[in-house]
Design a protein around this ligand. Structure first.
Ligand code: MG
Length: 158
């Protein structure tokens, strides 16, 4: 059996915060403002995986009210979430994703992000793709006030 899952996340951008996408730090004057490390792509991916397996969502699994998740490494959260998905009897067929950020450019870091996510999930790099858009200078993304990411994944029963 195959099941599809969708995830979306948005964070404010704040000066002096680190910009982390898929576990990769991208040099930037501003980064995601969040309780955790704010890795918006990894958060969207966690929700896609959990949603595909009908196992809840990131907020239920890792409540931001829990102080232990302050500045949490989102790749660790991804590993924990995927362990639940695997324990429920699923493997990953493929993942696709898109990040919307006005600047800096994300594409120079695409292969590093894919490597990082593939290592965290123990799947082939060919099973993961990451795309990037700007905000066309419009709205909160275009004015560098926010970043968002979407992820979709296909799971298959083991
Ligand atoms: Mg988030």
């Amino acid at each position: 059996m195959q099941r599809i899952g969708l995830g979306w996340d948005l964070h404010r951008l704040k000066a002096g915060r680190r910009l982390i996408l898929g576990g990769v730090e991208i040099p930037s004057d501003f980064g995601e403002d969040a309780h955790s490390d704010g890795d918006v792509l990894t958060h969207a991916l966690i929700d896609a995986l959990l949603g595909a397996a009908a196992l809840g969502d990131i907020g239920a699994l890792f409540p931001s009210s829990d102080p232990s998740y302050k500045d949490a490494d989102s790749i660790c959260l991804l590993k924990t979430a995927f362990a639940k998905v695997r324990a429920a009897g699923y493997k990953i067929v493929n993942i696709d994703s898109v990040v919307a950020l006005q600047k800096p450019a994300v594409l120079p870091y695409r292969s590093a992000i894919i490597k990082s996510l593939s290592a965290a999930l123990q799947v082939d790099e060919a099973a993961i793709f990451v795309k990037a858009k700007t905000g066309e200078a419009l709205g909160d993304v275009g004015q560098s006030k926010a970043i968002w990411a979407q992820a979709i994944c296909l799971l298959e029963t083991l």
